[in-house]
Unconditional design. Sequence first.
Lengths: 205, 205
Amino acid sequence: MNVRSVIDGDMARTTGSHSDITGPRIREVALRLFAAEGYAAVSMRKIAAEVGVQAGALYNYTPDKQSLLFDLMHSHMEDLLAARSEAGTTGTPTDRLEAFTRFHISYHEERPHEIFIAYMELRNLTPENFAVIEELRGKYEDELSGILRAGVEAGEFTLVDPRVATRAIISMLNGVTTWYRREGRLTLTEVETIYWDMVRKAVGA
Amino acid sequence: MNVRSVIDGDMARTTGSHSDITGPRIREVALRLFAAEGYAAVSMRKIAAEVGVQAGALYNYTPDKQSLLFDLMHSHMEDLLAARSEAGTTGTPTDRLEAFTRFHISYHEERPHEIFIAYMELRNLTPENFAVIEELRGKYEDELSGILRAGVEAGEFTLVDPRVATRAIISMLNGVTTWYRREGRLTLTEVETIYWDMVRKAVGA
DNA sequence: GTCTATAGGCTGATAGAC
DNA sequence: GTCTATCAGCCTATAGAC
C-alpha cells in the first residue's frame, strides 16, 4: 500500500523515484529527531518512518548513520561560518562585539535543532569526524577571541583573561536557545539587547 | 570463573553476596558511562560488565534502567540544594552573588559527571521524572534569582531583566565544566575569580 | 545476591526484485 | 530509487537454580 503511487498518477508501479525530495527530507527529519531524542536513541527505521520510506531506502542517501550525523553537523558549522563572515566585522571592538552577540543569538534562535546537535552530539562522532567539527568550532570561537583581544589592546575592554572570557560568553549566549520561545513575553530583539547589555558590562566596555 | 570466590576465601560458592559494595558501584559506573556516552548509548550489559557482575544482577538494585538514571539525577539535585543551603547566604547581595558564583563553580568542578547528566539527559527522563527534576532545578535557580532581585532593589545591581540574567549567569557558569581541567594553566580559584569578575560587572555591581 | 538462560523485540546494514 | 526480506547481533527485563 503506497499512497504516493496514486498521487503520482503512475499506475504501473507502487514505488516511486523521489531523489530530489527524499534527500532533503531525510536530513530534515534526522535533524529534528536527533535534537529531540538524541543520536543514539533514534533508529534508522524511525527516521525512515517519518520520511515515509522504508529503512533500506535511506542508504541511497547516506552510507551509514554516523555519516548522517556528521553531515548535519558539518553543514551547520560551514553555514554558521559563512553567515558570520557576511555579518558586520568592522568598526570598533565594541561595535564588533555587539554585532557578534546579536548575530550569535539571532542565528541560533532560527536553528535550535542545529545548535542543540552541535553541542550535544559531539561525543557520538567518530574521532576523525570529531576532529573536523572541533576545528570548525575553533574557527568560530577565534572570531570572538580576536574581538576581545583587540578590545583589550585598544583599551576598550578590561578583561582578566580573554580566552576564558571567550568560553564564558559563548556559553552564556548558547543558553538562550534552552529557554527562549517566540510566543514568550520577550521579542528576539529584546533578548539580544538584554544579553548585549550583560556582555558589554562583563567585558568592561 | 569468578575471581571473588577466591578473594572471599569462600570456597563453597562461585557467586558472592555483595549488596554493600555492588549498589554504590553500580551508581558510580552508571554515572560515569551515562556522562561519557549518553544514557541511550549505554546498555545494562555494559554497566554490569564494568561493575563485574552479570546484567541480571543489576535488577537487584534498580527496577529498571530509567530508575537508575532518575535516581542519579535526583540525588544530584538534592545534594546540590543541601550543599548550597550550607554555603554563605548572608551579607549584601553582592557578597551573596560572589558566594553563589564561587559555590556553583567549585561544587560542579568536583562533580563533572553529575552536572553533565543533569543538563544533557533531561530528555531521556519520563515526563513524571522530568517534572520532579525540573522542580528541583527551579528551586536552585530561584536562589540566584532572589539574590539578583534583592540586589536590584537595594540599588547594588543594574539589571534590565533579572529572570533572563539568572539564565544567562547559570549558563555561563555551567560552561566551566566543558573546558576546565585541573592540569591546565589555571587553578580553580583563579577560574572562580575570573568568572566572578565577569558576573560582577555583568550585573553592574 | 548472583548466576545462567531465555523471551521478545529492536538494531544497522545488505541483497535482490521491480 | 524504493521495496521486501533477511542476517547477525544487540537490547531490556525476567525466571529459576544455587
